[in-house]
Design a protein around this ligand. Sequence first.
Ligand code: SDX
Length: 440
Amino acid sequence: MAAVEKMQSPSPSKRTATLSVGDKNVSFPIYDGVEGPSVIDISKLYGETGFFTYDPGFMSTASCDSKITFIDGDKGILRYRGYDIDALAEKCDFLEVAYLLLNGELPNKKDKQSFDRTVTLHTMIHEQLHFLFRGFPRASHPMAIMVGAAASLSAFYHDSLDINVAGERELAAYRLIAKMPTLAAMAYKYSVGMPFIYPQNDMSFAENFLHMMFATPCEKYKVNPVLAKAMDKILILHADHEQNASTSTVRMAGSSGANPFACIGAGIASLWGPAHGGANEAVINMLKEIGDVSKIPDFIKKVKDKQSGIKLMGFGHRVYKNYDPRATVLRKTCQEVLAELGKIDEPLLKMAVELERIALSDEYFVERKLYPNVDFYSGIIYRAMGIPSKMFTVLFAVARTVGWVAQWKEMMEDPKTKIGRPRQLFTGSAPRAFVPLEKR
Ligand code: SDX
């Protein structure tokens, strides 16, 4: 495996930022990245001024420096290790992109074969883990199972894992990337009362996942190559995305030295929220609720009425104030998959395309720079493949495990890393005398 470029301190530019607090002027170094916004290093702010910064939701805060993924929200750019996402989605397979995210370089033929084979040989899970599934109600949301199943991998590897040793971090990375699709397919099979299907070592990552999802012990199951290719592309598009909520959760959990399997469990929990990875399931529920193209104008009216609290799911993004480049690829993949399956007239797709057309011409969405994001089309593809909507965010987690692990590894190998411990603005009670129970 290629050696990852070492993390060092960002190189300070000649420029500084000066803050005047009371009668004091304090200067802070400015660091320039390779591209994107520069940063002001305010790590000494509290020591120099007694003030904290205040930035709920981290709208203007860089939590780290990273070499993995770059996003330009205004231009709708997404690059993994410098490569544009549409080129990677078009020309690579998922494990090739996983290698790139983990190691910083695309693999040569020999490295690719060895990486793929190593992942393949880690796809099985310990037989004891089957009993964990048996403890869940059959109707459990598969994300509830995945949070538990991923974290429970630490019960099998914690004692043999020293995360301060590079080779052991690499082994943990292989295990997590390889076992997530197996756990995901098991969560689906368990929910429909069907037997678990074991991974097949002669299949590609995406083909193996679809086989574990849809094969039965009763007959040979041939995975449709068009669907395997589409699934592979979808996994690439979801693999990493800079310091989003779930990745920041994994970094925060990992900063305390927690077991990487438990950290991925925390990431899955964060991804489940409807404002984040849960949006793909929410998009399908929204389209079903609208019911018909003719009802779209009424729905749009409700979305624009703040009192309704209704959001246009699959639209908007904290960073992209332009079309999410992943949505562009997914829109095309959606049409390819539906055509392959003879479902090009799928009513939900027609509704999605009409909803997008109306929203993109409506001042309310235009002035707020609300465009389709990665979740807007992915659910329609999954549904056409026969994947239930409760599994959509699970698929997001399978793909994003690569990004979470790459970011966790980068953090573990960064000498600047400290345990994350933000402060607060205290707005609670001023000091007050205790009142004994009999006097309250
Ligand atoms: C993902 O961070 C990542 O990179 C995430 C992700 C990844 O790969 O990891 O890209 C994956 O999570 C994609 C986002 C999926 N979520 C959704 O599709 C849910 C719907 N979207 C919204 O909840 C919202 O757009 C967010 C949460 C995604 C972003 O919200 P922000 O950045 O906090 O923006 P905001 O809520 O301050 O909105 C700004 C304005 C507000 O109106 P005003 O107060 O200015 O009048 O836009 C409005 C919001 O009400 N708005 C929406 C809207 N999203 C924002 N109005 C209607 N529908 C929406 N979807």
